[in-house]
Design a protein around this ligand. Structure first.
Ligand code: ZN
Length: 93
């Protein structure tokens, strides 16, 4: 007997202990009794990877962020004074 991962279309992934000979056969979902197909290591990985992937998503998002973050942070420092009307009459004295 070995533990295999199956996934029901309606209920999601679940684990089932079966003889290796039946590992490839569709299993009955314990939740709804419907057919569940074997997941070749995917659920176990995705179960671990879900938070990891979320972290990676956040990482990927923050990787795009710096350009905006540094820009907003930097925009505060250098004050861009729009060139106002230079008063030529003031230069003469
Ligand atoms: Zn089900």
């Amino acid at each position: 007997m070995a533990l295999y991962d199956y996934a029901c279309a309606g209920c999601g992934p679940f684990e089932l202990r079966r003889p290796m000979a039946q590992a490839g056969d569709p299993a009955g979902c314990p939740g709804c009794g419907g057919p569940a197909t074997r997941q070749y290591g995917a659920p176990a990985v995705s179960r671990i990877a879900a938070p990891l992937r979320a972290a990676m998503e956040a990482d990927r998002r923050s990787a795009h962020e710096p350009a905006r973050v540094t820009r907003t942070a930097g925009s505060g420092a250098p004050h861009h004074h729009p060139h106002g009307p230079s008063r030529p009459w003031m230069l003469g004295h």
